[in-house]
Design a protein around this ligand. Structure first.
Ligand code: PEP
Length: 260
């Protein structure tokens, strides 16, 4: 069995205000109550973190923020710190999602500062990397991913890197219904793991979870999860439906025993 326990993470993006968030959390909690061998995390909008945390208490579902700011506190209107996420019940923080990079000026340098802040604040950073369609078409996938990885994790020691989760999310597959083929995903995941090995050694590289993200749904979960270096999924659209998300979790659990 792979020594990496799968993680299925749901990114609710800017969906689900109070009652809808509570309904989704309640339904999900009951649907996954018997799940073992798979870690689960959901990242709701900031305004409902505490409501969702209360509902998920006692369940196996962890909570994450969708972003954070690197400063501890201060006059940073609109921002949220690692300690605020922690206080709201979070264990994880998604960092460098392509929508943050595309619409809010996130760069590899800001990702790096946020990753450090998350680690210092005791959160597990889920660091998103991935190439655009144009970059893939011009054969830049590996160089883009390598740069995002190296700059995003720059200056971190191996003890810090092993606390990080990576999410490989080809931008062209996010919210588009286009999923990377299992071969396309696996070759980038393997590349990422090799880069981690070069930088931090075999034990760190083989411990770090690398999630795939980009139009994951029940129909493609088993094939993706069967790949040697795919250790879970970061799910957007399908995480907004409790039944679909719980099915993805269950399918990931079924694959666990089959992976060498
Ligand atoms: C995401 O938001 O990280 C994502 C992968 O979205 P979707 O599953 O909708 O493509």
């Amino acid at each position: 069995m792979s020594k990496r326990k799968p993680l299925i993470a749901g990114n609710w993006k800017m969906y689900k205000a109070g009652p809808q968030a509570a309904e989704l959390a309640n339904r999900l909690k009951s649907l996954v109550s018997d799940i073992t061998d798979v870690d689960i995390m959901v990242a709701p909008p900031f305004t409902v973190l505490e409501i969702v945390a209360e509902i998920l208490e006692g369940s196996i579902i962890d909570l994450g923020g969708q972003d954070l700011f690197w400063e501890v506190e201060g006059a940073y209107t609109g921002e949220i710190s690692a300690s605020m996420l922690k206080a709201a019940g979070c264990t994880h923080a998604i960092i460098g999602h392509s929508e943050r990079r595309q619409y809010f000026g996130e760069t590899n340098a800001t990702v790096n500062r946020k990753v450090r802040a998350a680690l210092i604040g005791g959160l597990i950073p889920v660091v998103c990397i991935g190439e655009s369609e144009t970059e893939r078409e011009s054969n830049q996938t590996f160089s883009v991913v390598q740069e995002q990885l190296e700059k995003g994790l720059e200056g971190l020691g191996s003890d810090e890197v092993q606390r990080i989760t990576i999410a490989y999310e080809p931008v062209w597959a996010i919210g588009t219904g286009k999923t990377a083929t299992t071969g396309q995903a696996q070759e980038v995941h393997e590349f990422i793991r090799r880069r981690m090995e070069t930088a931090h050694g075999n034990s760190v590289a083989s411990a770090v979870r690398i999630l795939y993200g980009g139009s994951v749904k029940p129909e493609n979960t088993s094939d993706l999860m069967a790949m040697a270096d795919i250790d879970g999924a970061l799910v957007g659209g399908a995480s907004l439906d409790a039944d679909s998300f719980a099915t993805i979790v269950r399918l990931a659990m079924d694959v666990v025993g089959d992976k060498a």
